[in-house]
Design a protein around this ligand. Sequence first.
Ligand SMILES: [Ca+2]
Ligand SMILES: [Ca+2]
Length: 205
Amino acid sequence: MKAYLTLAAALVISTRVAAVTIDFESFGVGTVVSGPGVFSDLEFSRGGETILVTSFVPGPDLSGSRTASGDPFTGNPFRADFSVSGVTSVSVALGDFNGDSENLFLNAFDSLNNLLASDAAFLAANVFGGPTLNVASATAIAYVTFGGIGNFANSLYFDNFAYTATTPDVPPPTNSVPDASASAMLLGLSLCGLTAFRRLLSERK
Ligand SMILES: [Ca+2]
Ligand SMILES: [Ca+2]
């Protein structure tokens, strides 16, 4: 029992939860934020088209003086691929300046394109701004897609793109050393390895 408790404690201590929000406030208007090299932990894309930082902030939950959007609105949804591992939740605010209605969506997938979680909301035609959609998954999220289905699909701005990730801490804490039985097993394994290596050397002579 003690060994299990020690291992569980080590697992808890040797991971940390990172919470990141991208609000686009530090970018100049017109900056391209899609494609590689913009963010170190994820990459935004939009079916081969660009995503730009805009000064159009239609209303809450979008906030500040910057949002991101496609220009022009050609119908492709937005996508974010994570290079950071262990992403367990994602949220994003989606909205526009009234005019049309959309069925908003946020879908999360694993690296094999399996749908892990999804969220949806109806954005009525008279709304300035829009809601925050949220997804969470015990299985690590590799990428998300988000946008809106309607007469003018994905004619949307997004903001406050946020995620949490459980990432391993390096190096592991000193109290995470294996217990006595595990150490003995490791020693046994390395002795086996050494014997095999010596045998290999003597055969080559
Ligand atoms: Ca913003
Ligand atoms: Ca719209």
